[in-house]
Design a protein around this ligand. Sequence first.
Ligand code: HXC
Length: 258
Amino acid sequence: MSDSLVLTETRGRVGLLTLNRPKALNALNDELMDRLGEALLAFDADPGIGAMVLTGSEKAFAAGADIAAMKDYTHMDAFTGDFITRNWEALRRVRKPVIAAVAGYALGGGCELAMMCDIVIAADTARFGQPEINLGIIPGAGGTQRLPRAVGKAKAMDLVLTGRRMDAAEAERAGLVARVVPAARLLDEALEVATAIAGMSLPAVLMAKEAVNRAYESPLSEGLLFERRSFHSLFGTEDQKEGMAAFLEKRPPSFKNR
Ligand code: HXC
């Protein structure tokens, strides 16, 4: 539906989600985040889908949480309404990989949304920042936590305390972004990456994502143990037999569990 706040379509085994509030630069209001969560979880549950791409418009991935919608919130509105945990946590429940394809502004909640994805691919037009300080608030959807993990304390403090933006090249150098491509290539690049991932063995993909995310949640010894146990369990899959046989027979693998 073209009037929907989140457009969804499938491209082979890839679920494509497009934020669609262009006049407000994809400002993230409650309704949009409800629709996004539903769409992400629907693709996650769909056996025909192996990976997702989340994108915005040419001008903005998303310019942040909707300032007009939250300007009159009281402390009690924010606290009792569970702003923003209620409908922003869906992305954390998604087990299949989600690639953010970012062009234009990814600011505030928009930058936080990109950081919740598993891989960020940026157009050379992308601009990242946490400008909340200019509004008299701080990031509220993980910016103060995920940004230092991605780019280190020095740059995270700089961005969060000054509200300045960084361009795609700086974001790639800093480690926030996996790849930068010309704007015209952005969607094709993201879809190619997602298609490649969607062609891999699904159990291996799910475990790889889970294991990398463990690096953020646990001490090294626990993370290494988690990785090893996942690694061991994959020897119980047909796809491991197929992947290794295909390598030795010098042919592409044909994974069954996708
Ligand atoms: C509501 C927004 C918006 C936002 C843009 N718009 N960002 N509306 N919330 N976050 C609206 C504008 O009001 C305007 O509406 C239209 O989109 C176009 O924006 P302009 O400002 O006219 O465009 P431009 O001059 O090109 O500037 C682009 C911009 C600027 C630099 C991205 O819009 C901007 O600074 N936006 C706010 C960025 C921000 O502070 N984000 C953090 C929000 S707080 P009209 O009706 O006038 O055409 C946040 C907290 C997260 O995200 C906490 C957890 C969720």
